[in-house]
Design a protein around this ligand. Sequence first.
Ligand code: GAL
Length: 349
Amino acid sequence: MRFAIFFLFLDLVLAGNLRMEFAPGEVWPDTEGRPIQAHSAGILKHKGTWYWYGEDKTLGNFNRTGISVYSSKDLYNWKREAVALKKEDVPELFQDKGVCERAKVLYNRRTKKFVMWMHLDARNYAEASAGVAVSDTPTGPFRFVGHRRPVQYDFGYPEIDRTDQRTKGGTFRDMNLFLDDDGRAYVFYASEDNWTMYVVRLNAEFTGPEEPAVLGKTWARILVRQMREAPAPFKHAGRYYLITSGCTGWNPNRAGYAVAGSILGPWEDKGDPSVGPEAGTTFRSQSTFVLAAPGKRKGSFIFLADRWNPKQLADSRYVWLPFYIGKDGRVELKWRDRWDLSVFGKKLK
Ligand code: GAL
């Protein structure tokens, strides 16, 4: 009898969409029971609620829908709120068969606006530009402000360059935003046609780079000529961390991470954070974000990644894994079939 009641409860939990754990790589339904469509996730916590932004790939690859937003109070159960930035709201070149990827959102306390940055591109990925949109509310609608390549710097332009960096500035592709404790914000992005990562401080409104851009003062070239992308920056114990992937399109590869005492560098390469089976492909996924685990010991984080399904991008899965940074400052990612936030209470290492 007791067992029967237990299984009935379990059934309810499952059927009623009430989730109490993470199941990396499995279908993750929203509170309506539909698979969450928010790939290349970026998370913003605002007034006790988490907002998850990402690419809605229901209709397949490219920008056929826009950037969706979901909300949650517990990180397990997500309610679909809206398409925060509709595909129609970006210039035509980036709609439908164009690219609108890796959107991330920060809240600007001074302007009281939510600011979204994203990678906008033509279908052939030669436009490689940063898009910015703003909103008064976290769920949008976001109003498109404009697009550009944030930094123009002569890094030794290649002779043949389909992205025309000599006249248009360094390319802008995989990206992330980072808000520092002092209220200053930064954008990390794969530039120089993905050869080198840039970290660029934003202006007071977070709507563009701080100007004038001065190398080493307002921005820096990091992970130089290393061909890294999918940057996931975070900070712990006064040090900056950056997890990245290699550049192999939708196919997974080995992750790497770097650490710095100052956000503009120097950044020290720390190698692959993943351990155990399938570490070499980051557990068949690609980094997108690192989130501080709520209410847990300092050093408790969640690694968010995408397990892309190139044959059916809408069915790409989410891989969320917990990690804890101890005294040695090392990041170690381990696979787990299922887990919940209580893992942080135990010795997680
Ligand atoms: C990856 C990138 C993704 C997407 C994909 C397209 O390298 O991280 O965001 O752009 O390429 O092939």
